[in-house]
Design a protein around this ligand. Sequence first.
Ligand SMILES: *[C@@H]1O[C@H](CO)[C@@H](O)[C@H](O)[C@H]1NC(C)=O
Ligand SMILES: *[C@@H]1O[C@H](CO)[C@@H](O)[C@H](O)[C@H]1NC(C)=O
Ligand SMILES: *[C@@H]1O[C@H](CO)[C@@H](O)[C@H](O)[C@H]1NC(C)=O
Ligand SMILES: *[C@@H]1O[C@H](CO)[C@@H](O)[C@H](O)[C@H]1NC(C)=O
Ligand SMILES: *[C@@H]1O[C@H](CO)[C@@H](O)[C@H](O)[C@H]1NC(C)=O
Ligand SMILES: *[C@@H]1O[C@H](CO)[C@@H](O)[C@H](O)[C@H]1NC(C)=O
Length: 341
Amino acid sequence: MYNSIVAIFTISLLLISVQAACPSGPPSVDTTSGGFEYTYPYPIHYHELQTQHQTLCQAYMDVPPHGPTNSSKTIMMLHGKNFCGVTWNATIEVMRSQGYRVIVPDQIGFCKSDKPTAYQFSLQQLALNTKSILDSLDIKSLVVMGHSMGGMLSTRFTLMYPNTVERLILVDPIGLEDWKAKGVPYLSIDNIYLQERASNYTSIRTYEQSTYYAGTWSPAYDVWVNMLVHVYNGSMADQYAFDQALITDAVITQPIAYEFPLLANKTTLLIVGQKDNTAIGKQWSPPNVQAILGDYRVLGYQVAGAIGANCTLVEYPDLGHAPQISAPDRFHKTVLDWLGE
Ligand SMILES: *[C@@H]1O[C@H](CO)[C@@H](O)[C@H](O)[C@H]1NC(C)=O
Ligand SMILES: *[C@@H]1O[C@H](CO)[C@@H](O)[C@H](O)[C@H]1NC(C)=O
Ligand SMILES: *[C@@H]1O[C@H](CO)[C@@H](O)[C@H](O)[C@H]1NC(C)=O
Ligand SMILES: *[C@@H]1O[C@H](CO)[C@@H](O)[C@H](O)[C@H]1NC(C)=O
Ligand SMILES: *[C@@H]1O[C@H](CO)[C@@H](O)[C@H](O)[C@H]1NC(C)=O
Ligand SMILES: *[C@@H]1O[C@H](CO)[C@@H](O)[C@H](O)[C@H]1NC(C)=O
């Protein structure tokens, strides 16, 4: 009797401590956090967030520059949905070689970060979480680069913290149009969750091939499909699918498309693969709506015009949604030329 009470007491304490604290100690090579069995090439740091009545751990990488470490140049890279911080790996190395310290978070609900069972996801909340990582590192200003949903988030981040963002780089960002205003019907979170839960290698690859890589496939892309399979099939598979559904709902219901003129004073690089056709909700839209969504040949031009003369538009006629993966050398040259490196 006494033993079992002690045991219950001990187990409760363990549960409480597991919930309350992020992994502590020096950043280390992580293999399983966030229910994601995948090893990143750099140590993982954890930032503890007190947010929405819970304690959550947000994972991030903080990679020093090659060479002198007193450089004041810092860049943050924000991943998209269907991506993780680690998908920036090649770009991280390029920027380190140019003397940059590189900060790469995994957003809450993604990859190596916590996957809450309930959370009011918004781009504003993710921007706030991300800003608190920078505050904890005492980083006052930096270059921000975001891809896909990370581009949409970088835009929101810049609108909220204009003085933190020295320069903004958007790589095939989503949110250049308001999908619901163009006719995408509302799909319930429960329905999106079912679709997310059914994801497997084949469904992910089929989607990425048609959307990200202009119908082509290279064996080098497989690693990023398998990476996602590890999250969709990891120990937090169910929470991941639900969080992804909540995030999809947030992205659809919270457009940024009308706010680009507010970036007029920000030196911005907009990179667009003209064969990109990503549009959230396209999969469940009727054909006449599908036909008008995600036309990046027009969207890049429109949004660059909306931002104004401080925006540089670079378009790749032959590339899709992920130029940093499908043509890394060209992509890195574009970024470094623009940064004046
Ligand atoms: C700091 O930076 C300066 C100029 O960039 C360089 O000359 C110096 O060697 C650096 N010092 C260290 C300790 O890295
Ligand atoms: C990035 O990661 C992929 C997949 O692990 C790997 O094939 C590639 O060589 C890495 N690139 C760099 C520059 O480390
Ligand atoms: C993968 O998912 C697709 C679509 O969700 C489904 O049709 C297919 O049967 C699944 N394949 C496997 C091997 O589970
Ligand atoms: C992972 O995949 C296997 C084989 O398809 C399946 O049996 C298992 O239920 C999946 N695990 C999770 C957590 O989804
Ligand atoms: C740009 O900066 C000018 C001068 O500080 C200011 O008057 C203007 O409102 C700013 N525009 C935007 C869109 O923030
Ligand atoms: C570009 O940004 C600067 C501030 O960084 C601002 O003074 C200038 O008015 C902007 N140009 C346009 C065309 O908005």
